[in-house]
Ligand binder design. Sequence first.
Ligand code: NDP
Length: 403
Amino acid sequence: GTFILIFFLPATVFYLLLMCKQDDPSLLNFPPPLPALESLWETRVFGVFLLWFFFQALLYLLPVGKVVEGLPLSSGRKLQYRINGFYAFVLTAAVIGTLLYFQFELHYLYDHFMQFAVSAAAFSMVLSIYLYIRSLKAPEEELAPGGNSGYFVYDFFTGHELNPRIGSFDLKYFCELRPGLIGWVVINLAMLLAEMKIHNQSMPSLAMILVNSFQLLYVVDALWNEEAVLTTMDITHDGFGFMLAFGDLVWVPFVYSLQAFYLVSHPIAISWPAAAAITVLNCIGYYIFRSANSQKNSFRRNPADPKLASLKFIPTATGKGLLVTGWWGFVRHPNYLGDIIMALAWSLPCGFNHILPYFYVIYFICLLVHREARDEHHCKQKYGLAWERYCQRVPYRIFPYIY
Ligand code: NDP
């Protein structure tokens, strides 16, 4: 399965991007005409990609922002992480703003979008090979529990080493929130400018403004709450291999920006009441997502926090508690529910002519169904009887009938 995914995931990205460029992006219009192989690569584009990656790495190294400890590793050791993602975003915004002021044509990104995706995919493959080779020398306790099967392809895909670092530079933590996530916002902006240029508009369309604003909020939120990423499964459980490298550097920036990319060639006029309704939906999703994630993150960081005094929890043998009131007592994985509502709000501005801009919400539901199943399994193993008691107290799941 993982062997097939190594080819299937890049193929899906290129298929989606090719479809988006079609006048009629209907799924029945399959296969889209394939571009000439040599048109997919341009060394200059790869150079711009590298410049972007290393610029973000430089910002990550800046000695600004606090340094915090991650959750304890299996050895009991805690790694240190610098929290400066939001500063990196602000500095990047200042640089992009300056470039635009000096007439830099950001829609270069739109014009060479496929080549950028190919460059990012090639880079993530090289990075994954490097990660796997270095993981062979990593001590046993530094390997990811889920990526240590002994099968080369499986471990290469899921990630063999849990927290690969070069000195204090944490490769997984850096890739999680920086080049891809900030890159996604820059791509969206490039699409907005491309739309204005191509359609000769003095203002972006309402649909484009909604998509850009909603996704900007999501990214800024992730960077503002950067510390919360330290308690997510990606950091605490999953190794750093092809799955996360490709996901962070290719899938997020090039697939999550699909709605903006779609709108450039398929403009939609939406009414103000429709825009207001979609905005309310996005705000509801955001509220659930943010409050659920913050509640769990604060509880994990400091269960004795007086602000959490009203929350009840079940103690477990590991010393950690399981919340049974608040969001986590309402439904299991309330944070996924908020995320799905937002995903729908990002697609709705693209109208109902084609299913393509709904790819994100469909894929995301599949991802979260699988993720929830994985997490339930881990929690059952980790907490045993306490997890069963939690499930009795909180029987509701967001995907109750799927498995
Ligand atoms: P969660 O943040 O939901 O973390 C799951 C963990 O929370 C469990 O393993 C357990 O860990 C802890 N937990 C579960 N139940 C309870 C409870 N009742 N009380 C206290 N702790 C509990 O997982 P993810 O990392 O999957 O998601 C984080 C966020 O990122 C979500 O909002 C998700 O939607 C989003 N996300 C977004 C993606 C995207 O592409 N846009 C992709 C993936 C995730 P432990 O007990 O060990 O602390």
